[in-house]
Design a protein around this ligand. Sequence first.
Ligand code: BLA
Length: 242
Amino acid sequence: MYIPFLKHLETTLGQRFRLQHRPIPDGLDHRVSDRGRCPATIQSWCYQCPELRKIRYTYIDAGEVSQILNSVIYPSHHYDLPLLGVDFLSFGKVKNLIVMDFQPLFQDEAYLAKYITPLQSLHDKYPDLSQNLEMKSYDANQYFSKYLLFAKTDVNTVKTRVFEAFKDYLQLYLQMLDAAEPSTDPIAIQRVLKAQKDYDQYSAERDPASGLFSSYFGHDWSERFLHEFLFEDAVQLASVAG
Ligand code: BLA
């Protein structure tokens, strides 16, 4: 269901940047499960280029049961740009949850005016995809913007409106990156590094996907996937054994 999205992302980035593969730890790039009603596969891709230090995307294909595309783009620490976050989930074709945002690293007014206000007109183009849903796992005021797309919708809308919105958000994000000047100030660079690391920490602790990963692919694999690939800059706190 989200394969056209994945292809668009791949093509757009591939045309625009000289991408290099960024290694994915052994065994985490691909896995098949036969635990559920439908065989499930999970596959991930990861790239880097001078402007973008980590581009990752993951596709879960469990046939009719679920289709998921999850992606985060982390700019180089020389740019204080938001992260581009995408989480598109379909369960049984009935429940389709769409989340896409320029995920701000900072919440001060000057930052939001610079990087989030430009999103407003796109956001306003898609009122049907901005439903003010309540977040249960995350705090909407941290690492989310007020112009995120967040909706529960139907398959037809995914194929049409969501695909359009996805292309628009990606395009604006790349324009913003184009216009951005890389910083040479070690303090600014360090500040971005810390903020991106805090994002990984926050996300690793709250990601509502860990139960889903465990149920398909087992607890140990899921922990590794979360901490060694998705949010590798998070520090793993001591966990209860087993
Ligand atoms: C929700 N994301 C979810 C849920 C799952 C995932 C299973 C819960 C869905 C439900 O309510 O039934 C799945 N998350 C994943 C997967 C990966 C992951 C498969 O990290 C990794 C492969 N989540 C993100 C990013 C954003 C995001 C980048 O990973 C930002 C755009 C947002 N996901 C997000 C939000 C919710 C969600 C806002 C709703 C959670 C809530 O209600 O608090």
